[in-house]
Design a protein around this ligand. Structure first.
Ligand SMILES: [Fe+2]
Length: 402
């Protein structure tokens, strides 16, 4: 739910709660639909200053409903809209090659910087061009593999993931190919300043002290200065310097507010937060994608720009790869593959029977018709279910083997 002041209410909004108890108003219920302006006048007469409404964005509303357990209607609705489109294994195999090659190249670029070398701009360009090409040709294929890899080096994978998500989000925002490439490119180098922060702080397991955190925050300025010195074009510097700025001015290094942050800075902030939250680190496990989206939704218009975030949800879908789900059959599975044309209808790898015991792996493709009995009815907290390694391996193979 979102907090809205009366002046910002729109016809069609569904109010769920007032800013005061119901005894203090002449409304019988707090659940009121704003059908016309007289509803707003009545709220005003009651002295109400703000209300809480159901999220306006369709995808966010669905996410909200889903977490409240109303997924079956949503799945049905989306199934009707689902175009006949299937992810093709050849694309996934190619995506996996692009990803692995990127890890290798970005790894050597970042290592080079730590050793005092210049940024290999040609290599960065090569990687960002492959990411851009792939994103433009096959929407969603690359984003669907970002969470499948076992992370040996967080910073390398994080840079590539940010680049992939940034390029994909730029595409969804309708930006030009040149701009998508800038997003991909700056995503790759957004955190290069971390290579200039002492490794003892960068890789410290556990919480940083206040002093250490101060040093960590310097990665933004360090990265910016370094990239500038290496001749990085001005528009590619924006994500480096602005990805920790926040919508309400609470970010760093300059405390810029929304209107002062460039589009690349806003994209950088959203995708950086999402990837950091959902990734496994040395000292903690990443949280489920859906929980991350839900938390981020609560931060919109505080830390992150709301419209950019709404596009991002459309981009990753509400069942990203790796989400644990419960099916109508009460079997439990894990989302193994996204369907770029319809992120609500992924391929689910079912591995637990309805009584919770292990069963042979069963693959359910929700985008195929005639499997109503197999729909997803809810999400499962990953802390409650442990996924056997062979299931992850199966998903990995499913996504890499042609
Ligand atoms: Fe950063």
């Amino acid at each position: 739910m979102e907090k809205i002041f009366l002046n910002d209410l729109k016809i069609g909004d569904e109010i769920i709660k007032f800013d005061r108890g119901w005894m203090e108003t002449d409304f019988l219920s707090h659940k009121v639909r704003v059908d016309n302006t007289s509803v707003i006048d009545r709220l005003r007469r009651n002295g109400i200053e703000y209300v809480y409404i159901k999220p306006r964005n369709e995808e966010i509303r669905k996410l909200d409903d889903l977490l409240e357990g109303k997924s079956s209607e949503i799945i049905n609705e989306l199934k009707e809209q689902a175009p006949a489109f299937q992810l093709n294994l050849k694309d996934l195999s190619h995506a996996s090659e692009v990803y692995s090659e990127s890890v290798f190249i970005v790894g050597s670029i970042l290592d080079g910087i730590r050793n005092g070398g210049a940024i290999n701009t040609e290599a960065v360009k090569h990687v960002s061009q492959s990411i851009t090409e792939m994103t433009l040709k096959k929407r969603g294929v690359l984003t669907s593999i970002t969470k499948l890899k076992q992370y040996d080096n967080y910073t390398f994978h994080h840079s590539i993931n940010v680049s992939i998500f940034a390029a994909s989000l730029a595409t969804h925002l309708g930006m030009s190919k040149k701009e998508i490439e800038i997003a991909a490119n700056s995503g790759l180098i957004h955190d290069i300043g971390k290579m200039l922060v002492p490794e003892s702080i960068l890789n410290k397991p556990g919480k940083l002290s206040e002093e250490e955190y101060k040093v960590m925050k310097t990665h933004v300025i360090r990265g910016y200065e370094y990239a500038k010195k290496c001749g990085t074009p001005a528009e590619e510097l924006k994500m480096i310097i602005e990805h920790h700025e926040r919508h309400d001015g609470s970010g760093y290094p300059y405390g810029l507010k929304d209107e002062q942050i460039s589009i690349f800075g806003k994209i950088g902030a959203v995708v950086d937060i999402y990837d950091a939250m959902t990734s496994d680190r040395v000292y903690h496990k990443g949280i489920a994608a859906t929980s991350a989206l839900k938390l981020m939704f609560q931060w919109t218009d505080k830390h992150i720009n709301k419209s950019i975030f709404e596009f991002f949800i459309k981009n990753v879908g509400i069942y990203p790869v790796g989400s644990l789900v419960i099916m109508a059959t009460h079997e439990i599975g894990i989302v193994g593959k996204m369907n770029p044309a319809n992120p609500m209808s992924p391929v689910v790898v079912v591995f637990l029977s309805k009584n919770g015991s292990r069963m042979p792996i069963k693959v359910v493709d929700l985008s195929k018709s005639g499997i109503d009995a197999q729909k997803i009815i809810g999400l499962i907290n990953p802390e409650n279910v442990s996924v056997p390694p062979e299931v992850y391996k199966y998903i990995d193979n499913m996504n890499t083997l042609a």
